[in-house]
Design a protein around this ligand. Structure first.
Ligand code: MN
Length: 502
């Protein structure tokens, strides 16, 4: 697509919700990106500029603020095109510069880390699998810990989404690694942030690269079922809508949604592979104006079609930890076929698709902040970890504070030379790191290399550091002085034991 057309579609996306002044800033960022990436091509042979514009388009699709869209346009100009953060700050302000620098920082972490992406990841033993899962969990946390503004993660997710869409053009060995990383780190992150839409897309894009044979089999199986189910569901949709309206309900929409393939794979794993037991291959989604309408619709549906026992789920009264709300039920349809129905309001729907990005919109006051939304804010269980984030959400005016994260400010994540992530309290030192790995390593340590450079044992470690402990051939045990800077309980206890101080 020529640059002019790219800009036209971006402008089209931001015009409905950004004012003329903000639109002009976005144009200015577009011009800078165009100039910076001039003459550069993607692996796909496309103009490089297409990439940041697609990222900005995804962000604009979530109606994120001008700074985020601008940072999306500029997210690769520092690393790939040598534009300085200072000049970005001068032109676009410190917020944009902070976002761009945050995204740049995150991509550097990944380059250092992923030696745990072993080629044998598919045949891992149970214990290895557990270790692997701990590692990816730590990596997800680390990405968050290195982020002081949630918008950085949103840009990173949009970036990953477009990279996944164009992954085919990338070298085969790199493809599998990027796809696995997407599946294990970025998709779960999107899920935790309640962004069902991006999560589903990332997973389905990664699936064929990570499990190619399984993907083909499942796709074929589903294809056969789908054609048959689609006709059934379409017919039921019509009857359902007419019925609810005949009971004088306002129905804003009735849609069939086809289950994402990767989430189907996960479900099949739980069900022992039996596709016939998956009742929500296509589910029907009903949108009604209010929460009360949701319950009324559920009652009406149950009075006409028999619900399947144990399949009624009230995610409005008890939302999922990531904030998802809806009523789910499964009924015997017109010819006794089993059909899942999901009932929600438009706000609940938007939140299920865009998650934290939708919350951001509400806190901006772009949409009327009704009582239902206020309630939902306090129910984002997972986000309780984001202490400040959550408190500030209660005050929609305090947007800046709401976007700052420091929920892991008391923890750091560092790497072993093998790429394992070790989670330590903030201000930990190489001594803490050594004892965290093994007490023998702690007792034997005499020095440390941090990022390849020899450093003293009392150096405070930073997020993302790679720490290589130097040991003596003839260990003399820990030094008493270490107690002055050792931070973790484990290290302190071991040192004290050595000197009989306990
Ligand atoms: Mn990028």
């Amino acid at each position: 697509m020529p640059p002019e057309l790219l800009y036209t579609s971006l402008n089209h996306a931001i015009r409905p919700y950004l004012d003329a002044k903000e639109q002009a800033r976005v144009k200015q960022a577009f011009d800078l990106a165009k100039q910076a990436h001039h003459g550069t091509k993607r692996d796909s042979g496309e103009e490089y500029l297409a990439h940041p514009v697609q990222v900005a388009l995804t962000l604009a699709g979530m109606e994120l603020d001008a700074d985020t869209v601008i940072a999306g346009l500029l997210h690769d100009v520092v690393e790939d095109a040598g534009v300085s953060l200072k000049s970005i700050e001068q032109t676009f302000g410190s917020d944009v510069a902070g976002l761009v620098s945050g995204v740049t920082k995150l991509s550097q972490v990944q380059m250092k880390s992923p030696s745990f992406f072993l080629p044998a990841f598919l045949q891992r033993q149970a214990t290895e699998q557990q270790a692997f899962e701990r590692q990816v969990e730590s990596l997800r946390k680390m990405l968050l810990a290195m982020t002081d503004d949630i918008r950085v993660i949103l840009i990173k997710l949009a970036d990953r989404l477009h990279n996944m869409r164009t992954l085919d053009a990338v070298r085969p060995d790199k493809r599998a690694r990027v796809a696995l990383e997407t599946l294990e780190i970025y998709a779960p992150l999107a899920y935790r942030l309640g962004m069902g839409d991006i999560k589903g897309q990332l997973e389905d894009l990664a699936f064929p690269y990570v499990y190619p044979r399984e993907y083909l089999t499942l796709k074929q199986q589903v294809g056969e079922q789908l054609a048959h189910r689609e006709t059934q569901v379409k017919h039921f949709q019509k009857v359902l809508r007419a019925y609810l309206e005949s009971e004088s309900m306002v129905v804003l929409g009735v849609h069939g949604r086809v289950k994402h393939l990767y989430s189907l794979r996960r479900k099949l794993e739980r069900l022992g592979g039996d596709l016939a037991k998956v009742y929500d291959l296509i589910a029907i989604r009903i949108l009604v104006p209010t929460t009360a309408d949701c319950y009324q619709a559920l009652g009406l549906i149950h009075s006409r079609w028999n619900p399947l026992l144990g399949r009624i789920k009230d995610y409005i009264a008890t939302p999922k930890p990531n904030g998802y709300r809806s009523l789910h039920t499964t009924v015997f349809g017109l010819d006794g076929e089993i059909i899942e129905i999901q009932i929600r309001t438009p706000e609940m729907h938007e939140q299920a698709e865009f998650g934290i990005a939708a919350h951001w919109q509400y806190s901006e006051g772009k949409h009327a902040a009704g009582k239902a939304q206020q309630e939902s804010h306090s129910k984002l269980e997972w986000l309780k970890e984001l202490k400040r984030w959550q408190t500030s959400l209660k005050d929609p005016n305090d947007l800046k504070a709401a976007l700052k994260l420091d929920f892991f400010s008391d923890q750091i994540f560092v790497f072993t030379p093998q790429g394992d992530v070790i989670n330590l309290p903030a201000e930990s030192t190489p001594v803490d790191f050594a004892y965290a790995i093994h007490s023998d390593l702690g007792d034997a340590c005499v020095g440390a290399k941090v990022g390849g450079k020899l450093t003293s044992l009392e150096t405070q470690l930073q997020n993302g550091d790679i720490v290589d402990i130097q040991v003596s051939k003839h260990p003399t045990g820990p030094k008493r002085g270490w107690l002055q800077f050792a931070k973790t309980q484990k290290a302190r206890v071991k040192i004290k034991q050595h000197f009989n101080l306990t």
